[in-house]
Design a protein around this ligand. Structure first.
Ligand SMILES: [Zn+2]
Length: 465
């Protein structure tokens, strides 16, 4: 056991975790080499294999697509095979959007650029649009401009900062979500955004966007970061440089999909909800987003099946349509509002496959310290003073006052491949994901069995600021 503990410490240090330095005589201590190291808990391998099964056997699964229907069938089969109870699908209606064709090129010198339509974008007029490009460094800069963009293409070249907690994404993503309407307000005929991603590559990152209902709807697309850099350099040489952009998409009537749920029965009817989203964007195979989250929560609950019955029931919810509408999370909160009081706590995994490094809680104020104390002994993990926020899918439960627990994962590399064609199992750091699975399992076991009460989150703290 001592060897294992030491090895775990070394791994954490290698991955940037805040650990004491290794003892000076470490070289003289016999440790198991990494290749031969066993997973540090039973949940690790199960989490990884579940992620890979979903990515390999289902692949892309945007809401309403044939892949989405395959994902629902996969989830039902996976839960049943793993021995869960109350396996079921609850109907969700979700918007359906399809990518048909997309291309972009510089007019002079003629050069093709790597581009992806943003989810929800309309098409350009047939044949595409060609126009001068006006560059902005941020969404705010575009919103502040008084320039007339009629007949032009707005380009938001916002850089996504690499951060451990994923906050760089939060700061940049507004340009993707709201850039098209901000550009349309100034008369632009299309909007391109630098991919909301942290890597330098030619892979464009798709993702959701929306339109202001009072403004014309113009096509919106993401350029790869390399191509955004090329466009910026070209504009420096020639401020009148033109871009040709052709986007073809389809919006179909809303379609039926489902939240897929399963339970580990507990002694009481109180519920601990573990959530992740089953859908993915269309370009990759949804390995890190959110096959990893699916693997982590299914494995955490699965661990409990082998032991004594937990005090509370653990319900795993694989949410539908997180990426293009959040319809699954909203449907769950609406369908289960009457039993909100049974929900002891909810936790969501949607930040990839990175190592876990922190835990945050959001409970009744009077219970915060006691709740934090529950997680203080978990290896590799610090308990943070800030409130948990929960992800998009448990937002509806949070709004009903249900306590939230966040397991913080290292997101430094998450946004390198997020929403791109490279979101495949090969990019997952298996050792980091397996260690994260152990933390999710430990947190789940604690929530399922603790005597500490978490209360209800006070009204004023239920919405995110
Ligand atoms: Zn996600």
């Amino acid at each position: 056991m001592r060897r294992l503990a030491l090895w775990t410490g070394l791994l954490a240090a290698a991955c940037g975790g805040a650990r004491a330095p290794a003892p000076a005589n470490v070289a003289s201590i016999e440790v198991t080499p990494p290749a031969a190291a066993a997973p540090s808990c039973g949940a690790g391998a199960f989490a990884f294999e579940t992620m890979r099964s979903l990515a390999d056997e289902v692949g892309p699964r945007l809401a309403g697509s044939p892949g989405d229907a395959r994902a629902v069938a996969w989830a039902l089969k996976t839960f049943a095979a793993a021995g869960f109870s109350s396996v079921r699908a609850e109907a969700v209606q979700a918007p359906v959007w399809q990518r048909v064709a997309e291309s972009a090129s510089l007019v002079e010198p003629p050069m093709s650029l790597a581009v992806a339509a943003l989810g929800g974008s309309v098409s350009t007029p047939p044949g595409g649009v060609t126009g001068e490009v006006v560059r902005f460094e941020s969404l705010d800069a575009l919103r502040r401009t008084e320039a007339d963009l009629t007949g032009k293409i707005a380009f938001i070249d916002v850089v996504t900062a690499r951060t451990r907690d994923g906050s760089g994404y939060g700061q940049a993503v507004g340009a993707r979500i709201a850039g098209a309407s901000a550009a349309a307000k100034r008369g632009a005929m299309a909007m391109v955004v630098r991919s909301i991603g942290t890597e330098a590559s030619r892979l464009p990152h798709t993702g959701a966007m929306g339109y202001d209902k009072d403004l014309p709807r113009i096509a919106a697309a993401a350029l790869s970061t390399n191509d955004a850099d090329l466009l910026t350099r070209t504009l420096k040489r020639d401020p009148h440089a033109k871009l040709r952009l052709s986007i073809e998409t389809r919006t179909l009537p809303d379609a039926a999909t489902a939240n897929v749920m399963a339970e580990v029965p507990g002694v009481s009817e109180e519920l601990v909800v573990l959530g992740a989203h089953l859908d993915s964007w269309d370009l990759g195979r949804g390995a890190i987003d959110d096959g990893a989250g699916v693997g982590l929560v299914v494995a955490a609950a699965h661990e409990l099946l082998a032991g004594p019955k937990p005090a509370r029931t653990v319900r795993v919810v694989l949410f539908a349509a997180e990426e293009n509408s959040g319809a699954g999370g909203k449907a769950y909160a609406a369908a289960h509002a009457a039993e909100a009081a049974r929900h002891f706590a909810a936790l969501e995994a949607d930040l990839g496959a990175g190592a876990a490094w922190g835990v945050r809680v959001l409970t009744a104020s009077a219970q915060s310290n006691a709740a934090r104390g529950l997680f203080s002994g978990i290896p590799d993990v610090e308990v943070l003073g800030a409130d948990a926020s929960g992800g998009a899918d448990v937002g509806g439960l949070r709004a009903l006052g249900v306590p939230i627990v966040d397991v913080m994962q290292n997101a430094e590399h998450y946004f390198d491949v997020h929403h791109t064609a490279a979101d495949v199992p090969e990019v997952v750091d298996r050792a980091a994901m397996e260690r994260a699975a152990c933390v999710f399992a430990r947190v789940t076991r604690t929530l399922a069995n603790t005597d500490v009460q978490l209360g209800r989150v006070e009204e004023a703290r239920r919405s995110k600021h």
